[in-house]
Design a protein around this ligand. Structure first.
Ligand code: F6P
Length: 372
């Protein structure tokens, strides 16, 4: 007899969804959850496109056949959606073309019941876990698994997807440095991260960027100009600037690329790299170019450490369900696998602290953050 079966609870059918912006490692979590469940003869029902699939009743059973090659695959076989909130779902527009919203939680609960789903695993960021707490409040046993390249979920020290995004950004920064050196240029590379500077900080340090600009440390343009000028006066062939899409020039605020009104978080950041490159060229005379990495950071195969993290978190989610726990989010704290109350992550952001050891180390090495 399978030893796991001894500790399996009465749950015989679980639902799983991936919601919010995708990231490398989502499929690795789905695989961990499904393989673990198969051992206990628990059926796994995949919900397509996050909460939207639950509203529209688009469900399908995940089988052994879905497991082939899943660990390495980018994206999510279930699809995702970062515009749906079951408590406030757009159902049409009024005569003034204004959106009409409806609470469709009752439809979701009905669809869960019809499919015989007894517990839910929600893989997603703060928005997803906010939605998950609503289901938990309605009595659905939910376990959350934190994901995002932004690494900004409260309650866990790290999210899967982040390290792959850092690897992608570092690779791009390394490549940009070589061409910058050839042409005596200042190169600005804009990375994602929303209001958190984790990707910029880690990729900036890993690539030896000369200037790192984070949303958490509003910066002065004059400090950036001085650094580029001083480097060029010292005979340095290039200046490499890693800027987070959410970085703030003092007195200017963030650069907004677009608004997605149907999204729970409508602001999409972006555009600061062009502003920086133009200003640097005008003020210092150093030829400047910019690159926006965008969604390359969200795509592709997860690096090994993200596959490992995704597997650990997915498996822990199943362990909690087997123990009969609910309303929890699996997490890593101080290097240990643990779990926290779901509400911990809901609607919060874990930002980089001013005294983060990596900021202090980079400052000691002469990296400029522009806030000095
Ligand atoms: O939260 C993940 C993320 O990639 C952010 O880093 C970025 O600001 C945002 O999502 C982009 O969203 P979208 O895919 O809707 O453009």
């Amino acid at each position: 007899m399978n030893p796991l079966a001894l500790t399996c609870p009465t749950v015989r059918r679980i639902g799983i969804l991936t919601s919010g912006g995708d990231c490398p490692g989502l499929n690795a979590v789905i695989r961990a959850v499904a393989r673990d469940a198969f051992h206990c003869n628990i059926k796994v029902i995949g919900i397509e496109d996050g909460y939207l699939g639950l509203i529209e009743n688009r469900l399908r059973e995940i089988t052994e056949a879905d497991m082939a090659g899943l660990l390495l695959r980018g994206g999510t076989i279930l699809g995702s959606n970062n515009k749906t909130n079951p408590s406030k779902h757009k159902v049409g527009t009024d005569s003034d073309n204004k959106p009409i919203y409806k609470d469709v939680m009752p439809d979701c609960l009905r669809n869960l019941e019809r499919a015989g789903i007894e517990a839910l695993i929600t893989i997603g960021g703060d928005g997803t876990q906010t939605g998950a707490t609503e289901f938990a409040r309605k009595g659905v046993p939910v376990i959350g698994v934190p994901k995002t390249i932004d690494n900004d979920i409260e309650g866990t020290d790290i999210t899967f997807g982040f390290q792959t995004a850092v690897a992608t950004a570092t690779d791009a920064l390394d490549k940009v440095r070589t061409t910058a050196d050839s042409h005596h240029r200042a190169m600005v590379v804009e990375v994602m991260g929303r209001n958190a500077g984790w990707i910029a900080l880690h990729a900036g340090v890993a690539s030896g960027s000369d200037i790192i600009l984070l949303p958490e440390l509003p910066f002065d343009m004059t400090r950036v100009f001085a650094c580029v000028k001083e480097r060029s006066d010292r005979g340095k062939r290039s200046s490499l600037i890693c800027v987070s899409e959410g970085a703030k020039v003092k007195g200017h605020g963030q650069f907004i690329a677009r608004r997605v009104e149907t999204s729970p978080d409508p602001i999409r950041l972006g555009g600061i790299a062009k502003y920086l490159a133009d200003q640097i060229e005008d003020e210092t005379g150093t030829e400047s170019r910019y690159t926006i990495l965008g969604h390359t950071q969200r795509g592709g195969t997860p690096i090994p450490s993200d596959r490992v993290l995704a597997t650990l978190l997915g498996s822990h989610a199943m362990t909690l369900l087997r123990q009969g726990k609910a309303g929890r989010m699996v997490a890593i704290q101080g290097g240990h696998l643990t779990d926290v109350d779901l509400s911990f992550a809901a609607g919060k952001q874990r930002l980089v602290k001013e005294d983060d050891p990596l900021i202090l180390a980079a400052r000691n090495l002469g990296t400029i953050f522009g806030d000095e």
